[in-house]
Ligand binder design. Structure first.
Ligand code: PGA
Length: 303
């Protein structure tokens, strides 16, 4: 009866069928020739029909042997696949995920990470939050698994996918006179004292492009190193600025007003990516899939 065949016998048989020789199969499996012959005798008994016929020096499979070879191969392949999925599960349990994100992404990345980690409690995460320039430098040095930043990607070669909008808004003190105006031309905004993000910031790059596209320059009053500092400076009456909508509603200290400016919001896209040719770890590709799938399902809940 077939059910009396052991896994070892099937393994030996598969090797003989593939290699066409008892000798080569015994070498591949590190078994002695008599062991191989013995295993095949037992298997033939279990099947109840001859599996091989010898023509000259070569071994040929009988009809029954061919049938069994197909089944044996399917069993081996199915076990290999199972082995891989189990290895992935093991990897996922203990893996480490290294993320580097631009400062403006810190308003939504931790929430997504939280959901991911609830599904994979054993994963350890390191989240580096820094500005765009530094994120690109880290990518060039291959320091992390994945990078999150806004468009455009620029000089460094990243394989990146967009997953969410990043709308930029013009923000002012809630009592600023411009809050009463509609469709304010950018030229008018260029006259106001402007609070600018530091060199290397992606937001700054976008602001320079927006003004530049109309041949304008912002009237920079002050440079500040973070979105939070700029919001506080707006509330403090020091000027206006252009920031991502993600920065709104993040602290209860009073929020800037959003001005109605022509062409706004300017909508950038958030991208997640990694350098070309990088082999993603099991955990990193699981997170990448998770993020992209989640955003496809409910993009509106992520802002
Ligand atoms: P930043 O980047 O936080 O460095 O300004 C934002 C972005 O990439 O749009």
């Amino acid at each position: 009866m077939m059910s009396h065949a052991t896994f070892r016998q099937l393994e030996v048989f598969e090797a003989i069928a593939r290699l066409g020789s008892f000798t080569r199969a015994s070498e591949e499996l590190h078994l002695t020739q008599p062991t191989v012959s013995m295993q095949m005798k037992k298997l033939t008994d279990a099947v109840g029909l001859p599996l091989f016929e010898q023509v000259g020096r070569r071994i040929h499979l009988t009809e029954a042997g061919k049938e069994l070879a197909i089944a044996a191969r399917e069993i081996m392949q199915s076990l290999e696949r199972c082995d891989m999925s189990i290895a992935e599960m093991r990897g996922l349990k203990k893996g480490k995920l290294r993320l580097a994100v631009v400062s403006t992404a810190k308003y939504f990345v931790p929430r997504i990470l939280g959901e991911f980690l609830r599904q994979h409690p054993g994963v350890e995460v390191s989240l580096k939050v820094t500005n765009r320039q530094r994120v690109l430098e880290r990518a060039a040095e291959n320091l992390d698994d994945l990078y999150i930043l806004s468009q455009p990607i620029g000089h460094i070669e990243l394989v990146a996918k967009s997953f969410m909008e990043n709308p930029l808004l013009v923000m002012a003190h809630p009592e600023h006179p411009l809050t009463h105006e509609r469709n304010i031309p950018l030229q008018r905004i260029a006259q106001e004292p402007f609070l600018m993000r530091e060199e290397g910031s992606g937001t700054r790059l976008s602001v320079e492009r927006i003004f530049g596209s109309q041949g304008l320059k912002p009237n920079i009053r002050m440079e500040l190193g973070s979105n939070e500092a700029i919001k506080q400076a707006i509330i403090g009456g020091l000027g206006i600025s252009i920031l991502s909508r993600h920065t709104l509603g993040t602290d209860g200290m009073g929020e800037p007003a959003v001005l109605d400016v022509e062409g706004f919001p300017v909508v950038n896209q958030w991208h997640i990516g990694h350098p070309h040719g990088k082999q993603l770890s099991v955990v990193a590709s699981a997170f990448l899939d998770y993020l992209l799938r989640r955003m496809m399902k409910s993009p509106e809940t992520s802002e």
